[in-house]
Design a protein around this ligand. Structure first.
Ligand code: M6R
Length: 614
């Protein structure tokens, strides 16, 4: 996945594009680049982050011009270096392009273009695309917009592109299929972004380009949109943005990740707003209300997602089976899409995604729809591809999550799953009124309890100091907290690069126990509800092999506190809600370890915020 930015209007494009790229760096930061047009075309690109691009551009190119495109890259084809960085120029040096996605049939097209005399300097699929557009433009003698449309009919893969022609620099042509692209409409100016953040402080009017659409953007009113496949003119919907600039800034925290961890009480309150009606004893979730029969008659629910969203799905499995008594399977979207999944009538597929752009999840959803499933999306980003592809869904309302490590998305996803499970259980008549009301009441208390857990920050930072030099770490949990162990391990490995594994606590003796020695810390979730005695036995097994224990316990715990090397107490709640509390210290522990090790917490190496390629 990559980030693309563009501007055409009356202002200096350079600053708008650079500021936009900084906001999109979460999408990849292997290389960055910018192309500007004043009286001539200036292109500057470099391996590494936008900061490096600024240093280079300010020395090497003219920063003037009212047209510009920029790119921040997460490498797919070719190593991250200056040559493979975007923007990329066509053979006749007239067209310049930025691209997010993958052109799958690039090798075939490349061979054809080579046979026609084209020369390639980079290893990228993007260079193939820009030269294909050039070739079509020259051979068909058509304008750029038409050339892009015709070229894209030959392409297999995913793309969001912005391209302009230095011979006609009063327009930028954009197109998308599979990768997101938002267009901001200003007064006599147009903005382009992989999301809306590059133009949030200029305009509130946005068009989310739909799959298979091309737009010819001009700085006056002649902007046009049409379909790639049949060239028909379309009138896209202009939406009004509600997002505020302050929501995408660090707000006094050292890192986005820490800010986002601390935002969880508010994120959950926002997710519950208008849905949890405690006094009336009801839950309002329009995505479920409008399709309640599909859920009450469901024979099976399959939850799909990747990474942290998959972990939320695993918690969802426990929640649905416990509360709504519906069989649930949880699948990695990347596996589901290549299996031959059995989907029967009345089956429901729930797709979970923070970004709403994860390629594997999108592909799995498409397959589920083809097989006749009712597909429900749980998503954070409004208007994202997953929300558009779902039959119905519920937003998480966590607000923008910028840190690559997902935190508040996880807890709000669990919150939505819990609301769904309760609502369905009530409609199916499998939950008593008193239990329903109790479960609602406990959920209502969760934001306050998360605040209490967040106050343990200083203690957790000290524990981080004690274990930061470990090379490996084990995370154990049982029942509802087994997925939390997986999530804790993922958080640690992705931002600190310490090898970590999550296991169901009882599985330890089937293999991982061989790893235990005095250098191997084990983080154990040992809350009072949920097989407490059994977890205590697991802890003793580890200690008898000299393993160090960091235990997450319930306030008032006695036994584990006495035997653990370190303990962290979280407030008590009902068992299905414990993941919302036990996750908090694990997020903070990973954060502090990574900071102490001097790692880039918000932009860990080799990663990107959302993976829009396979
Ligand atoms: O945007 P999504 O929720 O679909 O993203 C899924 C994963 O890529 C994501 O959760 C990833 O695992 C995070 N970096 C984990 O912190």
């Amino acid at each position: 996945m990559c980030g693309i930015v563009g501007y055409i209007g009356d202002k200096q494009a350079y600053k708008i594009v650079i500021d936009g790229l900084k906001r999109l760096e979460y999408r990849g930061y292997d290389s960055s680049g910018i192309a500007l047009f004043d009286s001539r075309l200036s292109v500057c690109k470099t391996k590494g982050k936008v900061e490096g691009l600024v240093n280079k551009a300010e020395k090497e190119i003219s920063l003037d011009g009212n047209v510009g495109i920029g790119h921040t890259r997460w490498a797919t084809h070719g190593e991250p270096n200056d040559v493979n960085a975007h923007p990329i120029i066509s053979n006749n040096k007239s067209l310049v392009i930025v691209h997010n996605g993958i052109i799958e049939n690039y090798a075939t097209i490349k061979d054809e273009l080579i046979s026609k005399g084209y020369i390639f300097k980079s290893d990228t699929d993007t260079e193939v695309l820009v030269n294909l557009i050039e070739y079509v433009q020259l051979t068909e003698k058509v304008k750029l917009g038409k050339a892009v449309q015709l070229a894209l009919t030959q392409v297999v893969g995913a793309y969001a592109i912005a391209v302009f022609d230095k011979k006609k620099p009063d327009e930028i042509v954009v197109a998308r299929l599979g990768s997101p692209l938002a267009i901001g409409i200003g007064e006599n100016e147009m903005f382009i972004g992989s999301d809306v953040t590059p133009f949030l402080n200029f305009t509130r009017k946005v068009i989310y380009l739909e799959e298979g659409q091309v737009g010819v953007l001009r700085n006056h009113k002649e902007t046009k949109f049409y379909n790639v496949e049949n060239d028909s003119i379309i009138s896209p919907t202009i939406e009004n943005l509600k997002l505020e600039l302050s929501e995408i800034e660090k707000g006094g925290f050292d890192h986005f990740m820490l800010k986002e961890i601390n935002e969880q009480p508010k994120a959950i309150i926002d997710t519950l707003r208008g849905r949890l009606k405690l006094n009336q004893g009801i839950i309002k979730l329009s995505g479920i209300d409008n399709n309640i029969n599909a859920f009450t008659s469901a024979n099976k629910i399959t939850i799909i997602g990747c990474g942290t969203s998959w972990h939320a799905g695993l918690v969802g499995e426990y929640i649905f089976e416990h509360i709504s008594r519906i069989p649930v399977e949880v699948e990695y979207a990347s596996e589901f899409r290549y299996r031959n999944p059995i989907i029967n009538q009345n089956d429901i597929v729930i797709a979970i995604s923070q970004s709403g752009e994860t390629a594997d999840t999108l592909a799995a959803m498409k397959l589920a729809k083809e097989r006749g499933a009712f597909v429900f999306g749980i998503c954070n980003v409004v208007g994202s591809s997953i929300t558009r592809l779902s039959h119905s869904g519920s937003y998480t309302h966590a607000g923008p999550e910028i840190g690559v490590a997902s935190t508040k998305a996880f807890t709000t996803q669990i919150t939505v799953l819990y609301l769904m499970a309760l609502k369905i259980a009530k409609s199916k008549g499998v939950i008593s009124k008193s239990v329903f009301n109790k479960y609602l009441g406990e959920l209502n208390l969760i934001p306050k309890k998360i605040e209490i857990a967040l106050n343990l920050n200083d203690k957790i930072e000290k524990i981080a100091e004690a274990i930061k030099d470990s090379k490996n770490c084990l995370y154990l949990g049982r029942g509802f907290n087994f997925p939390v162990a997986l999530e804790g391990a993922l958080k640690l490995k992705e931002i600190s690069y310490i090898h970590a594994e999550g296991y169901p606590a009882a599985e330890m003796k089937h293999g991982p126990i061989a790893l235990i020695d005095e250098n191997m810390p084990t983080v154990v979730i040992a809350t009072s509800k949920g097989h407490y005695e059994k977890v205590v036995s697991n802890i003793r097994e580890i200690q008898s092999r000299k393993g160090k224990i960091i235990a997450i316990v319930t306030e008032g715990d006695k036994d584990v506190k006495e035997i653990a090397d370190h303990y962290i107490e979280v407030p008590e709640t009902i068992e299905p809600l414990t993941p919302l509390l036990t996750t908090i210290p694990l997020q903070l522990l990973s954060y502090h370890i990574a900071v102490k090790l001097g790692k880039n917490v918000d932009q860990p190496r080799n990663l990107a915020k959302s993976v829009t390629v396979e």
